[in-house]
Structure formats: C-alpha cells, structure tokens
Design a protein. Structure first.
Length: 119
C-alpha cells in the first residue's frame, strides 16, 4: 500500500544547465531487437545522442560501428559506447559565444516585437 505522507522524490530535478541530445537508453528503448544496423540508421539516424564529447547524430556514430546486426538492446548500446566512450555528458554552455545574440539580432528582434504590438 502506498504511503500517503509526502516524501522527497528519489531523484531531485533541479534548475541545472540543459543537456543537448537524447540519452542513448531512450533511443534504444524505441527500437525492437534483433535489428539490422541499416534499419537503426533509417529509423533513428537523425537523432542527436548525448556523448561525453558533446551531442552527435546517431548516423555519424553508426558509421564507426563494425557490427551490422544487433541481437539485443545491450549489444547495440555496447557497440555505440565503444565508439562514443563513457563519462559525464557536458551541459550546454549558456555563456558561450555561440549562444550570445549579436547587436544586429537583438535589433531585429526588437523591431519584430514593435511591429507585432502595432498590429
């Protein structure tokens, strides 16, 4: 029977930095096993996967995988991890130059807001 008292969740979700890409486990959970490498590529090749070196498309990772058939989910995940490695996944750096809007972009955005409010 469930305890009605309020307890903290087992995993506390915080306000941390976002992480780009999908976890490998989420991608592998969407597939049925056994499956050919070409079928994985056709279904999930465009999916961006989290890796210790940053986000990468699964298609790019599969290019470096030698196996052509995955009989189980574990076989697939092991083959992918051989290519991408294991370790912490970097968070999105919100302070990086790539994420900063230029003065021109800010001006264009301000103009669009002004136009919308005049309509």
């Amino acid at each position: 029977m469930a305890d009605d008292s309020e307890e903290e969740p087992a995993v506390v979700l915080g306000e941390g930095e976002p992480v780009e890409g999908a976890p490998l486990a989420r991608v592998s959970a969407r597939l049925m096993w056994g499956i050919e490498k070409s079928t994985v590529e056709a279904r999930e090749g465009d999916t961006v996967v989290r890796t210790p070196d940053g986000p990468r498309e699964l298609r790019e990772i599969l290019d470096d995988v030698e196996k052509t058939y995955f009989d189980t989910r574990q076989t697939f995940e092991d083959a992918i991890r051989e290519v991408i490695g294991t370790g912490p996944v970097p968070t999105v750096d919100e302070d990086s130059d790539d994420n900063e809007a230029t003065d021109e972009e800010v001006a264009e955005s301000d103009e669009e807001v002004a136009e919308d409010s005049n309509e």
